[in-house]
Unconditional design. Sequence first.
Length: 174
Amino acid sequence: MKNVKILALALCLVMSCFAMAGCSGQNEFFEEKSFTPSTQVTGVNVDVRDRKIEVTPSKDKQVHVQYFESSKEYYNISVSDAHVMTMTSASNKEWTDYIGGKPSAESRTIILQLPTSLLNTVALSTTNEDISLPALSVQRSINVSVNNGDIAFKALDVGSAVTLNAKTVTFPVR
């Protein structure tokens, strides 16, 4: 009986050490950053994980992105020869970084400013968060996908195809 108590105490001590090691990721410093393509883009593709995407109208008809990243959670952003801006999430987290809490809601939000027209394609994808869109006009197609989150939009004017994947899609009823 005494050996069982010692074994249980040792197991609790080991589990506590793992939990404390995982909590260190919560203190990760997130720095606010922004990106504006140096060339006019005709398409936008954002594919991220565990990030809320708020789309707002751009005042200067350019694409702008505001986001937060750390040394362990960051983004790859590029513009292709076809003038499509792509933003994907990347990380170099260890398994212990997944134990504990999430970064603040502000650090998990991407603000994407888009021209209300001029774009050929828009593709947005995230998990465990929501995507919100203003009234938006896209010449060819829009594809919005959320796994375990919601999509909210005011009005979409799309040339050929609209694809919406979500638990809940909210739009105004006229």
